[in-house]
Design a protein around this ligand. Sequence first.
Ligand SMILES: *Cc1c(COP(=O)(O)O)cnc(C)c1O
Length: 432
Amino acid sequence: MMRSRSEDLFETAEKLLPGGVNSPVRAFRSVGGIPRFIDRASGSRIFDVDGREYIDYVGSWGPMILGHAHPQVQEAIRKAVERGTSYGAPTVQEIALAKTIIDAFPSIEKIRMVSSGTEAAMSAIRLARGYTGREKILKFEGCYHGHADSLLVKAGSGIATLGIPGSPGVPACLAELTITLPYNSTEAFRAALDRHGKELACVIVEPVAGNMGVVEPAPGFLETLRELTRQHGIVLIFDEVITGFRLAFGGFQNLCGIEPDLTCLGKIIGGGLPVGAFGGSQAIMDCLAPAGPVYQAGTLSGNPLAMAAGLATLEILGSRRDDYAALNHRTEELCNAIQRLFGAADIPLRINRAGSLFTLFFSDHDVVNYETASSSNADRYAVFFRGMLERGIYLAPSAFEAAFVSFAHSDEDLEKTLQACAETIETMKGGL
Ligand SMILES: *Cc1c(COP(=O)(O)O)cnc(C)c1O
């Protein structure tokens, strides 16, 4: 059989880049085969260098809620490019994006722009440590907050997919300052705060987990986090890098009515360009340099191209804020139909969904935390993944990720996805 261009390119890439990729989640190690090299993208579709077309459910891992290459976003970037690409000085655009985000998030009074979600979470915990004068932090197993040392402990999908046990390269003395608890366990959290409450600078959580696959917060879980962190003077950080502007205009906090002290953002607010941000009350944010003593800086922070892309994206989402319900409903119907197909084939499947995010867990038990997520059948997912890919449906190359539906996915796209799903299931029957 003739080799594909992706195969040739990957062979070259493996010589030049560790594992052939610039981010581990892009590798196909857990699902088999080699990554497709993408040539271009438009709307719900991505096109690889071999001319194959796919309906895309990765969406660059979250940012592309409007679909790829949205004309208004492209135009905003084009206009920005003409005025130069970076100045290292304040601009009008960064104020406009800050104001849009602050208006959408009741808990945010001031915000700082950075260049990635990793940087946002890393800086937010430094700020929490500086503000409280405490060193320990608490996170939940399976939640990912970027790859800063203190946060790379039991950090979900990328690591789970590769089966890396701990986090080599992270000094033990730093890892020791990070307490991890099972997601959704209110009792474990209470017990931990009884012991460590006075030493904790912050509790950081994905209010809807997206990095062990989608896992929704159990009733009362986030409420308990809010109540007990307040009692102990601990900064509560919601990492809404995925959920920000994904489930509704604003964050999951707008939906659940719980206000964190700090919020981390990224992905959608950059409209497909590299952006992160963190924000919260003025009292905490003003501890940041140059207003306060906690240092944080960035050559490309608030980059004008990224601000333009983010602003155009949020303007469109703002004008369509009533359309989120329809997007979420269409995703629900897709999930229901997939569930029925697997039900009819007697293949155990649990679908977790939040808004336009969903994960298929090949499991016969509910998935409520990292332990239950990681005991789902990843080999079966790999078979499903390959069947879907062959049929032009591009899912995440890992069993522990969210699928992202965008406003650009048409009814026809969803129909085709179901058709591919039905065909793939036929090939799975009896085979396992
Ligand atoms: C993607 C993600 C991050 C990291 O963002 P990067 O831009 O990849 O550094 C942090 N937190 C959550 C919840 C994410 O999903």
